[in-house]
Ligand binder design. Sequence first.
Ligand SMILES: *Cc1c(COP(=O)(O)O)cnc(C)c1O
Length: 405
Amino acid sequence: MSEQFAVNRALFDEVMVPNYAPANVIPVRGLGSRVWDQNDREYIDFAGGIAVNCLGHCHPALVNALTTQANKLWHLSNVMTNEPALRLAKKLVDSTFAEKVYFANSGAEANEGALKLARRYALDVYGEHKQDIISFGKSFHGRTFFTVTVGGQAAYSDGFGPKPGAIHHAEYNNLESLKALISANTCAVIMEPIQGEGGIIPATAEFIQGVRELCDEHQALLIFDEVQTGVGRTGQLYAYMQYGVVPDILTSAKSLGGGFPIGAMLTTTAIAAHLKVGTHGSTYGGNPLGCAVAEAALDTINTPEVLTGVTHKEQLFRQELAKINAKYDVFSAVRGQGMLLGAALSEKFKGRSRDFLLASADLGLFVLMAGTDVVRFAPSLVIPDADILEGMARFEQAVAKVVNG
Ligand SMILES: *Cc1c(COP(=O)(O)O)cnc(C)c1O
């Protein structure tokens, strides 16, 4: 290395804003579901960059899409359109309910677009009174000030001065609490089909269907935030597809780019029409590099083999977690679907998800938390079965370490 300074974890504290508390290890390369750190120590990756690396690290289809596009054209701005964006939009439209697509750079930006569109639509069609947005407790929709205020954890939006208004929170999986809040003034209800950051909590089918009915009754748009559940994560291309419920707006990010930053908002022609020329935009949104990678990710994932594989791998995860739990009795439930699973800690271990994460990292395994009571797994959708078994062997050692103190 030519640097005249040490590139290590201490440098983070020296030069980075302290809003994160990263691990001590610094990974430098990855391949498939394995990652190596600066000391060439190898890890198995059950974290997937928080449900982002849907095809693992350096998947040949994504590397090829990125490098091919990198040698052609990186950026134009939205003064012009580009071929990768058009191809990706067409494929998203062809494979979902949507008729129109807006591209952003992240999940928060996709949600920001969705919420602004819902406000705009209600204002145009019904008038100024219809501006209420309802979301749910424990939900997570991103960190812009609008999206974080819509999210269901006030702690994340407190401390920044006056918040965007007309935002209300109902209780997730409780239709009565939504019924009590929804009215003719509601412009949109936003929900995650499975709450990710909130602790891997799936909505029941009755709840999702009931939310749709209440939205229809009150002429409110239904927004599904599929930033974490989308692009094959649950074994469906999008989680909504299994419920017989279609949203008015859907947002996608995380797995959409497989590690390249991109977000998308999907909707119908009638609703999209309200984001007229000049009403919303982004310099990088829909850039050729991101769209080329996302197109390759979508082509690879949206096949019966990969989607069925996700369901098979879920069974293997559940089977191995059950074996570990039979031995150590640490989980009260395993929730979630496909490659988005949460092991909820039993009463005795509540509040200690970080201990499981740290013990796992010590033993060569990356896992995630979803709050302090849930150990979360969001690996590659194509993680080899052998890596699942090896990772679970390491996880068992980590569990033993936590249990035995
Ligand atoms: C991660 C996440 C977001 C925010 O996405 P960013 O790309 O971090 O802005 C929004 N909604 C859900 C459900 C998420 O899981």
